[in-house]
Write a protein that binds this ligand. Structure first.
Ligand code: ATP
Ligand code: MG
Ligand code: MG
Ligand code: MG
Length: 468
């Protein structure tokens, strides 16, 4: 069955509405009143309080398509993007939730019926996992008619779900996998749906207790399911990404650059397309590029996209030219902010892009000077202090220095540069106090410019885990 992304969105919601679930619109990527979390990373995040206290929920069960971002914190897929068939930074999660209304048996039955009856997936390409020791879960799958070899027992690292590292609702889960039959993959089994039995609460000390009433939280990746339904090799070949990749390739052609015609996009093409979606949705939800917190993650995402674009030959601002192809993928109007906030999304991206390209240009001048120095011609080594200065003073990413050096047949003493970074990091710790004052004044600047204030609790952790 060849369903499109919009068709799957509405089929899912309609199915769960029919089963008495209240459809709820996607919440923002910036969690409300939740300082424990950088971004909304799962469909359950907006409902967190309801799991803790089901009597406070305005409905007993709900269904949603939730915007998710996994580019920081416990669930961080930033480095996976472009290199696995199934990970994005921004993606959509389809989910159904019960706040004390139904339990494991119904959750399993709804999911299995949806896959087999509504989507008509062939049963012989599915299998499930349960948490070791969860006999009830195991028996429920047996009751659905699954033979033992289709039910795999896993440990808590895979089958005990928590939203982050801090306190919050959590619980054992059962996951549904699809056999891609792709022998080129290390693991041909694709995880498509996670059913979490939200029964526990973990406090900030890591102590686990029972929730007052067992709840249900499920999450299915929209892009992954569309990939299965459209018979594609990976998520980057589904309808929405086809638009983006075609847009990118057309743009390369227009600029007289070599574009690929391969069915499977290259890692750099995938990174540009993925990160472009993320930056648009983040800005759409009020995040602006900065050196702290969420804004810093956004800035990194934009820079990573530009670095990949550079590898494709793009040296001039181009990102917003892709905007129409992004809108094409969401033409069903499921995210109206993409249209209503289009001009601010586009101008914030172009500003950031222009500034970073200028940084790259300044860095290139410095590097060209190094390449031209006669006393370095023999060793062809970029002096570590220059590579460090590029990174530290000019914001020129170190891995870009490496790539450019190697293109010229030069080398960099990575360890020496790392040592300089380390030294700087230690010195930096001393200056945290003054930094945070600077952050505060930046916040008030934003406030007066009517830009939503950003949570800055992650500032230092983020700044100092930074590897660029
Ligand atoms: P994986 O093991 O593949 O990284 P996960 O176990 O981290 O996935 P969950 O936290 O269980 O994922 O999230 C529920 C569902 O959301 C997954 O079953 C998958 O379909 C989807 N999903 C998770 N991470 C991503 C991602 N980075 N990009 C796209 N879809 C995702
Ligand atoms: Mg994961
Ligand atoms: Mg998993
Ligand atoms: Mg999972």
């Amino acid at each position: 069955q060849q369903l499109s992304s919009p068709e799957l969105r509405s089929k899912f919601i309609k199915y769960f509405e029919k089963q008495g679930h209240v459809p709820v619109k996607s919440a923002s990527l910036v969690p409300h009143n939740d300082k424990s979390l950088l971004f909304t990373n799962a469909g359950m995040v907006p409902f967190k309080e309801y799991f803790l206290k089901p009597s406070s929920a305005p409905f007993q069960s709900a269904t949603s398509v939730q915007k998710c971002m996994r580019a920081g914190g416990k669930h961080n897929d930033l480095d996976n993007v472009g290199y696995t068939p199934r990970h994005h930074t921004f993606f959509e999660m389809l989910g159904n939730f019960s706040f004390g209304k139904y339990s494991k048996a119904e959750a399993i039955d709804y999911a299995w019926t949806f896959l087999l009856k509504e989507l008509k997936l062939p049963i012989d390409r599915l299998r499930v996992t349960v948490l070791e020791g969860d006999q009830e879960g195991y028996d429920l799958w047996k009751k659905q008619g699954l033979p033992d070899e289709m039910i795999v027992k896993c440990g808590p690292e895979d089958n005990f779900w928590t939203m982050g590292d801090g306190e919050g609702p959590c619980g054992p889960c059962t996951e549904i996998f699809w056999d891609t039959k792709d022998t080129s993959l290390e693991d041909p089994w694709l995880e498509i749906w996670n059913l979490v039995f939200m029964e526990k609460f973990r406090d900030s000390q890591g102590v686990i207790s029972d929730l007052p009433i067992p709840c249900i939280d499920t999450g299915m990746g929209l892009e992954r399911m569309v990939c299965v339904l459209q018979g594609k090799q990976n998520n980057f070949q589904i309808d929405q990404f086809e638009h983006l990749i075609r847009g990118l390739r057309t743009l390369l052609d227009k600029r007289g650059l070599k574009s690929s015609t391969a069915i499977d996009p290259s890692p750099h093409e995938k990174i540009v397309a993925d990160h472009f979606r993320s930056m648009c949705f983040l800005i759409g939800d009020g995040v602006v590029p900065s050196n702290v917190g969420r804004g810093y993650v956004l800035r990194r995402i934009i820079r990573r996209a530009l670095r990949s674009a550079k590898q494709l030959g793009l040296n001039e601002p181009f990102l917003t030219d892709l905007y129409p192809t992004l809108l094409q993928g969401f033409a069903d109007g499921s995210y109206p902010e993409l249209a209503t906030r289009a001009s601010s999304i586009r101008s914030i991206i172009t500003n950031e892009e222009t500034a970073f390209l200028a940084t790259l240009d300044r860095g290139m001048v410095i590097l060209e000077n190094v390449f031209a120095q006669s006393d370095l011609q023999e060793k062809k080594q970029i002096p570590p202090h220059v590579a460090f200065q590029l990174y530290d003073t000019y914001g020129f990413p170190f891995d870009l220095t490496l790539i450019i050096a190697r293109e010229r047949g030069w080398d960099v003493d990575i360890e020496a540069v790392e040592a300089l970074k380390q030294k700087q990091k230690l010195a930096g710790r001393e200056s945290w106090k003054t930094e945070s004052i600077a952050d505060k004044s930046r916040l008030s600047e934003w406030k007066s410019a009517h830009i939503k204030p950003q949570f800055t609790g992650y500032d230092h952790a983020l700044l100092h885990q930074e590897s660029e």
